[in-house]
Design a protein around this ligand. Structure first.
Ligand SMILES: Cc1cc2nc3c(=O)[nH]c(=O)nc-3n(C[C@H](O)[C@H](O)[C@H](O)COP(=O)(O)OP(=O)(O)OC[C@H]3O[C@@H](n4cnc5c(N)ncnc54)[C@H](O)[C@@H]3O)c2cc1C
Length: 523
């Protein structure tokens, strides 16, 4: 089956939805999304969205904080774009119906997180992402030009390759004509032809064994663009959140937001001793990479499985008011934050790298934009500043939407696109092979390409992953495509890209910490 639409959006998180609302005025829009319409990393964002909001704060301060966190590898122009245009975009979210907490004076209750020199994080309790997603979906549902196709899994973008032309990574003028989409309810693969496609598929947390990301985060968009010979950048910069709840058996891991440390919670080892003074003068509020490495080092040297977050000295009423979700989660596990310490461990949280885009979200493939966590705009450099990612998504969604609307009148549909090979294999592979291979990828990445890396570990990871790659490509050729098989293929691709980029970078910088290039005692 072939369908035609002006704009095809793959992903229904903050990036896809905010872009959709801006391009839909005069154009038909499909949003395909592989799970329920609201399932996304966005939905789980706790801390909030950063924006310059009050007189004491300045654009320049937010820019400097972002550049410092990025360890010298940010694209300064992208940083300036996001911070300068950010406040206006947050105002639009408010106009669209997103609520953010206010204080008694009626002004926004701004939180402060690690690496920020000012209070500038707008939040809605500790479920900010849920609130933003709710507000955007409510608007999307009202829009007559937007169709949401949930439980539709994008397999690959369509380029000249599908017309039989040879496309290499050096090819100029690769163009995107739409995508092949698997309807996971009917198991039929549909061809969606579009004039412009937006990749908004989010992160890739599930390439690691422990992650705060929901199960949709398998790096599909980045892998699709890489296969289509688009450029991908900065994949070595993987952000581990220092404090996910240590609760063996729970996947994904529940996040304990950084805002709790901003609120006064303190990290301690199991024997109740503070340890951050050994690593950074900003103590528990040091940037995420430093805190995650410090915890990782304490766990390795002490042979323990978790550290504690001590909230016992905090104001109970204010805590419950600010963090009701976290409070309830802890209480469900019989951890009363005012009596007990909360056990935490680092978990894969955010991918700084992704599809290389310019300052309008345009990828290196014609008519293909990428926005949100799957894109690499240069904002984060070697490390993301907390609460900058939701902001990046709305700023770039706006810019990409503007260019899309300008470009659309001059683009026509490409004809003669073949449907997905209907004569292909009919045999469905055993799930056990797929889940076992996925676990193996996650173990390889967690053991050898985690918070602390070395040349030797990277080489070992590369060799092990290559075996899985070959096995999976063979499986893919002879098996009916399913979402699980496609996701495994994408996770292997993401693992390969992280390792390849990590091997290329011969230094220790930001989130890419290599024992070979560091004088610290951290191993
Ligand atoms: C627990 C947690 C807390 C966070 N807290 C904060 C915070 O406080 N502040 C902040 O700024 N950032 C935070 N982040 C990061 C932030 O939430 C994400 O970076 C951001 O929401 C990404 O938005 P997105 O639209 O790019 O992707 P997502 O919101 O992840 O949306 C991706 C969409 O793509 C769909 N999709 C993926 N692959 C396919 C496919 N093959 N076919 C069809 N659909 C597909 C998914 O189903 C989903 O709808 C947090 C992240 C997590 C996980």
């Amino acid at each position: 089956m072939q369908q035609k639409v002006d704009v095809l959006i793959i992903g229904s998180g903050i990036a896809g939805l905010s872009y959709a609302l801006k391009v839909a005025e005069n154009n038909s829009v499909f949003i395909v999304t592989k799970s329920n319409e609201d399932e996304s990393n966005t939905k789980y964002a706790q801390g909030g969205i950063a924006a310059v909001w009050h007189d004491k704060d300045t654009i320049e301060k937010h820019i400097q904080d972002t550049l410092i966190a990025g360890a010298g590898l940010c694209d300064e122009e992208a940083v300036r774009v996001v911070v300068t245009e950010g406040t206006e975009r947050v105002c639009e979210l408010i106009e669209l119906g997103a609520n953010f907490d206010k204080n008694k004076e009626g002004t926004y209750d701004l939180a402060k997180e690690g690496g920020h020199s000012e209070h500038r994080i707008l939040h809605y309790k500790d479920i900010t992402g849920y609130e933003i997603e709710r507000a955007l979906i409510a608007q999307i549902r009202k829009h007559k030009n937007i169709t949401v196709l949930d439980h539709h899994y994008a397999i690959d973008v369509i380029t000249q390759h599908h017309l039989g032309e040879v496309v290499t990574s050096h090819s100029k003028d690769i163009k995107c004509f739409g995508a092949y989409i698997l309807n996971t309810k009917t198991q039929k693969i549909e061809t969606v032809l579009s004039k412009i496609t937006l990749m908004a598929t989010g992160g890739a947390g599930h390439v690691y064994a422990t992650t705060t990301n929901p199960t949709i985060a398998t790096g599909d968009g980045i892998a699709m663009v890489y296969r289509a010979k688009g450029r991908v950048k900065d994949m070595e910069f993987v952000q581990f959140h220092p404090t996910s709840l240590y609760n063996p058996g729970e996947h994904p891991s529940f996040l304990i937001t950084e805002a709790i440390r901003g609120f006064g919670a303190v990290l301690k080892t199991i024997d109740g001793k503070e340890f951050m003074q050994k690593y950074d003068e900003r103590l528990s509020l040091a940037p995420r990479d430093i805190v995650a490495r410090a915890i990782d080092n304490e766990l390795k040297t002490r042979g323990e499985d978790f550290v504690y977050l001590d909230c016992r000295h905090l104001d109970r009423k204010a805590f419950i008011e600010h963090f009701p979700n976290i409070y309830n989660k802890c209480m469900d596990l019989d951890i009363d934050p005012f009596v007990n310490l909360i056990p935490v461990v680092p978990a894969m949280h955010y991918l700084c790298g992704g599809i290389l885009v310019d300052n309008n979200g345009q990828s290196t493939i014609g008519n293909l934009f990428a926005v949100g966590e799957c894109a690499c705009t240069g904002l984060h450099g070697a490390n993301r500043l907390a609460s900058n990612s939701l902001l990046e998504a709305v700023v770039f969604a706006h810019r990409a939407a503007k260019l899309t609307s300008e470009n659309l009148p001059s683009i026509s549909f490409t004809e003669n696109i073949p449907n997905w090979d209907a004569e292909g294999p009919e045999h469905a592979e055993e799930m056990v092979l797929i889940t076992q291979s996925q676990r193996e990828v996650q173990q390889i990445m967690s053991n050898y390409v985690g918070i602390v890396r070395s040349e030797l570990r990277l080489k070992r990871a590369f060799d092990r992953l290559e075996i899985l790659y070959k096995e999976n490509e063979a499986l893919y050729e002879k098996t009916t495509v399913t979402q699980k098989l496609g996701e495994l293929r994408n996770l292997i691709c993401i693992g390969y890209l992280i390792i390849k980029h990590a091997m290329r970078r011969k230094e220790s910088v930001g989130l890419h910490y290599m024992v070979n290039y560091s004088k610290d005692a951290v191993k």
